[in-house]
Write a protein that binds this ligand. Structure first.
Ligand SMILES: Nc1nc2c(ncn2[C@@H]2O[C@H](COP(=O)(O)OP(=O)(O)OP(=O)(O)O)[C@@H](O)[C@H]2O)c(=O)[nH]1
Ligand SMILES: [Mg+2]
Length: 467
């Protein structure tokens, strides 16, 4: 490796030198990217993690497994939100989100439209005999809220326009997609790759294609590309986005044709995503958590579940140690990578191991090996475990206040298969999933946020850097 890529090798030497120097100066930085498909629970995860770490800094045992990994909760002297300094990334606005979650009428955060960053400073006593002499250590935890839609552009990087068109047209042919995309498909039937490369046509096709993607997202589908069509991000809409799949796209479109115009844009889009949103952003983050709403996907039915499974499988493949991200971004593979099924408070305790096992099955070998882990978590636990009577028998259930209702109800969500389900599961009673009102919190979530398994996940993901 050193001789094959001397520049990368030198960079890694310098970086490891800087890390050692950081430690000597009692300063370390951990960079954690919180990723996952849309509505997976990324923003709630970040708010809860920060509120619980801040509470831990006030000597509250909000994250017991992480405290054990550190050695002793007392070693964590202080946790504060770090000033944003001269960061070039937008700031993750914690206060309004906390205010809404911890308000009198607790409300979940809004949909995220932008990548954003926040950093915490953790001051820890050093472990060991010389701790007093060495003085406290300061760890900066930099956290990135990364729009889920953009992750699915990663698998696109390995594909040309003609292949992408073929694949996308094949998925649009699925009955569930074809219905939502009907207007786009009807319009597309009158368009040929050999038509003149007309800007107005490109723009119209893109608008219809984007509307189809938005409708599909609302139906629980997750394999939706390109990401910036759904979520243009802070740079807003730009001509580079105006492309869509063509059924007759060829590998060598004639210059001046619509096929050539769209293929050029597709290529320019991927270069732009790679250079602007992946390099210098995702690759700066040495730890990554991928959140997956497995339960929501089970509830949305077979087509939506298979779609989520496909998306997660592709992302996991990209993130494998020998995956596309490693090849693309060189040294910048995350050292620690965790996959988590979110909203685990929707199912009773006895079902949560099956939820983690199902996610492990979807992720495959990207989750095995050192620094890799799989979890079932609830970043904000909105329910309690209970039991309901069914035909004389007691069945484990959860109770919470459904969104839009005033009172608490008990709820048996149904069976969670420990592996990717087959036809028998889909023929059985549907998996029930209902939104719950967030739990009531103390003002500013000063006492932390109730959760399930967030502490174990953080112990695996960042615990080593705090121990
Ligand atoms: N019960 C429960 N619901 C959760 C939890 N985490 C997230 N949710 C629900 O999932 C929804 C989406 O959570 P967000 O954190 O906003 O998801 P996101 O991944 O940031 O979504 P986008 O920004 O739209 O991609 C919330 O509005 C809640 O309804 C949890 O731990 N428990
Ligand atoms: Mg969000």
């Amino acid at each position: 490796m050193p001789l094959a890529d001397p520049v990368a090798y030198l960079r890694s030497l310098i970086e490891s030198g800087l890390r050692t120097a950081d430690d000597t100066l009692n300063e370390t930085t951990i960079r954690l990217a919180v990723t996952g498909l849309s509505r997976a629970g990324k923003t709630v995860f970040i708010v809860s993690m920060i509120a619980n770490l801040l509470a831990m800094g006030r000597r509250l045992d909000t994250l017991p497994a992480l405290a054990r990994r550190i050695g002793d909760v007392g070693r964590l002297r202080q946790v504060t939100v770090a000033p944003s300094g001269s960061s070039t990334l937008p700031h993750f606005d914690l206060t309004p989100k906390l205010d809404r979650l911890a308000g009198r009428e607790p409300a979940w955060p809004d949909r995220t439209t932008d990548l954003s960053r926040i950093a915490l400073t953790l001051t820890l006593d050093r472990a060991g005999a010389f701790s007093r002499l060495a003085g406290p250590r300061r760890v900066t935890l930099e956290v990135l809220d990364y729009p889920g839609e953009w992750l699915l552009d990663l698998p696109m990087l390995g594909q040309g326009y003609a292949d992408w068109s073929r694949e996308t047209m094949a998925s649009l042919a699925h009955p569930m997609r074809a219905g939502e995309a009907a207007q786009f498909l009807a319009w597309l039937s009158g368009v040929r790759a050999s038509d003149p490369g007309d800007e107005a046509v490109a723009r119209r096709g893109w608008g219809l294609y984007r509307d189809a993607l938005l409708a599909l997202r609302d139906h629980g589908l997750r394999w939706l590309q390109p990401g910036r069509a759904l979520n243009p991000g802070p740079r807003g809409e730009a001509p580079v986005l105006y492309f869509f799949p063509l059924p007759d796209a060829g590998d060598r479109p004639a210059p001046g044709t619509l096929g050539a115009l769209l293929a050029d844009r597709h290529a320019a889009y991927l270069v732009d995503m790679e250079q602007t949103e992946f390099r210098g952003k995702l690759d700066r983050f040495d730890r990554q958590v991928v959140l997956v709403d497995v339960l929501g996907a089970l509830h949305a039915g077979e087509a939506a579940f298979e779609d989520t499974a496909r998306a997660i499988g592709a992302i996991a493949k990209v993130l494998r140690r020998d995956g596309l991200l490693a090849r693309l971004l060189g040294q910048a593979q995350p050292t620690h990578l965790a996959f988590a099924a979110t909203k685990a408070d929707h199912v009773p305790a006895a079902t949560r191991p099956a939820l983690a096992s199902l996610l492990r099955d979807l992720v495959g070998d990207a989750a095995s090996g050192e620094g890799r882990s799989v979890h079932a978590i609830a970043a904000l636990r909105a329910t309690e475990d209970t039991a309901v009577k069914r035909g004389g028998a007691e069945i484990a259930a959860v109770s919470g206040i459904p969104l839009g209702e005033g009172g608490r109800r008990s709820f048996d969500p149904g069976h969670v298969p420990p592996q990717r389900p087959g036809a028998t599961f889909w023929a059985g009673p549907p998996f029930r999933f209902e939104g719950f009102r967030p739990a009531l919190l103390a003002p500013d979530a000063r006492l932390g946020v109730p959760h399930l398994g967030l502490d174990t996940l953080l112990a695996d993901l960042i615990g080593d850097a705090l121990a």
